[in-house]
Design a protein around this ligand. Structure first.
Ligand code: MG
Length: 241
């Protein structure tokens, strides 16, 4: 199986800078497979940009260098990215307190592997249905999962308050999930600037209606048409036999 991968990232209509980062390896790494990484940074001044860029670059570097099976490669890569961001955050005054979400997806043969922390999401689209593969690591989402159906972003300190993120502590508890992959499947990996303003059914509709690059462009345009209050990043990949 081979993924045809397209990506788009956009500052949106309100923010001054883009603190999201995205990096894709179209060429499979021997033994490890193809790679998609999306990170959404946070922190004052330019720190969010530093954190998200370090996340995607470190994950790609380690994933390529270790050439381990996808699961081990991803977990080692995110652990190293966490360590580097945390160290930089401690050493550089202008980076104090920075952090970033990171959702890294590897595809090899007929399986996909996802290691993540934070609320950047991965979806799989198959035969007209959409399946969310990740769970948001946010205060709001965890309250909802615990059964507090009355939890709202305002009562829980905001949808954007993360319970896990890279670079915040010396150690990170990364969540891992894997799934099968079939020819014709589409994968979507995106930051909250996209899923915060576009529903899952809309993601399904737009991500499968056009070739991946066009789908990315349309998804970003729709998010911007709804205010573009946050940075917007989306990857759309199509699996070919
Ligand atoms: Mg965001």
């Amino acid at each position: 199986m081979r993924l045809f991968i397209a990506q788009a990232t956009d500052v949106g209509r309100v923010r001054a800078g883009n603190e999201d980062s995205v990096l894709c390896l179209n060429e499979p790494v021997p033994g490890s497979g193809q790679l998609i990484v999306v990170a959404d940074g946070m922190g004052g001044a330019e720190a969010g940009e530093v954190a998200s860029r370090m996340a995607v670059e470190t994950v790609a570097e380690v994933f390529q260098a270790t050439r381990r099976p996808p699961r081990e490669g991803l977990l080692e890569a995110l652990a190293e990215a966490n360590a580097r961001i945390f160290r930089t955050s401690c050493e550089r005054e202008d980076c104090n307190g920075m952090g970033t979400t990171c959702t890294a997806l590897a595809a090899r043969d007929d399986r996909i592997y996802i290691a993540y922390a934070g609320d950047s999401r991965a979806y799989r689209i198959r035969r007209g249905g959409v399946c969310r593969l990740t769970q948001d690591h946010s205060v709001w989402a965890e309250r909802v999962r615990e059964g507090d159906l009355g939890a709202s972003p305002s009562s829980t300190g905001g949808r954007n308050e993360l319970t896990r993120a890279l670079g915040v502590d010396a150690e990170i508890d990364v969540e891992f999930v894997e799934s099968d992959l079939q020819p014709g499947d589409r994968l979507v990996v995106c930051s909250d600037g996209l899923w915060g303003v576009i529903t899952d059914p809309e993601i399904l509709e737009l991500a499968q209606a056009a070739p991946p690059q066009q789908a990315c462009t349309r998804l970003v345009a729709l998010a911007n048409s709804r205010g573009g209050r946050d940075n917007i990043t989306v990857v759309v990949a199509e699996a070919h036999a």
